[in-house]
Design a protein around this ligand. Structure first.
Ligand code: AP5
Ligand code: MG
Length: 216
């Protein structure tokens, strides 16, 4: 099955996608992570992407659609994908539908993690990402404990877009461009809403039961 994890910045999409990869036989596709990888290569394209990300704006649809085309083309991922942070506007959602048809795949469900703005600001300002292993933690809600984290604490960093100003801009972009997609997927009858303000494990349990209900 192919799944979209949907929600505002800091809703916990990446955290839940990582849990799903660990516990279910699925692959995570985070367009944000793929774009940050491109930035690391220090290319002209990477610099353009960085400028958009740091302003809290969306990267162009052409760049994103190209990334997704390559993923869907890859037989290794066939019908076992979790999309974290994609699609983000109506144009991307429509392109996605066309690509899925082209590669003979289907979207099983869209899971919306519903979290209020005050909570997501606190989550984002507390987020720590390991520059070595890529794991994500949180100063307030999910501190890096020895049994979960093996790297040196010096590798834990905040993302460059995790500052107060960019969070406001990201949230505004989300409200204007991405949130309207909920109606698009509700119309297709594949939208599931989850209260994303609960504990990470409780949310994961609910995701599991939604996926189990789709298999029966
Ligand atoms: P992206 O990297 O996708 O950022 P985002 O959508 O803003 O989402 P985040 O990664 O900030 O949050 P998350 O929901 O993954 O939360 P997480 O699990 O980390 O995109 C970055 C940028 O790239 C965009 O702004 C845009 O410029 C560009 N981009 C990406 N995709 C694009 C696309 N398709 N089109 C165009 N441009 C695109 O959790 C957050 C924190 O909270 C963590 O510290 C975590 O430990 C903690 N936490 C998680 N769950 C809980 C919980 N239940 N309770 C308490 N704390 C929790
Ligand atoms: Mg993320």
């Amino acid at each position: 099955m192919n799944i979209i994890l949907f929600g505002p910045p800091g809703a916990g999409k990446g955290t839940q996608a990582d849990n799903m990869v660990k516990n279910l036989n699925l692959h995570k596709i985070s367009t944000g992570d793929l774009l940050r990888e491109e930035i690391k290569n220090n290319t002209d394209l990477g610099n353009k992407i960085k400028s958009k990300i740091d302003q809290g704006l969306l990267v162009s649809d052409d760049i994103i659609n190209d990334l997704i085309d390559k993923i869907l083309f890859n037989k290794k991922y066939y019908n076992r994908l979790i999309f974290d942070g994609y699609p983000r506007n109506l144009n991307q959602a429509k392109s996605f539908d066309l690509l899925l048809t082209q590669y003979n795949q289907k979207l099983s469900c869209v899971i919306n993690l519903d979290v209020d703005k005050i909570s997501i600001i606190k989550r984002i300002l507390g987020r720590l990402v390991c520059s070595k292993c890529g794991l994500t933690f949180n100063k307030y809600f999910n501190p890096p404990q020895k049994e979960k984290y093996n790297c040196n604490l010096k590798y834990l960093k905040a993302r460059t877009d995790d500052n107060k100003k960019t969070i406001e801009d990201r949230f505004s972009t989300y409200t204007k461009k991405t949130l309207p997609l909920l109606d698009y997927y509700a119309d297709q009858k594949i939208l599931h809403k989850i209260d994303g303000t609960r504990q990470i494990n409780q949310i994961f349990d609910e995701i599991r039961s939604i996926l189990a209900s789709l298999e029966t």
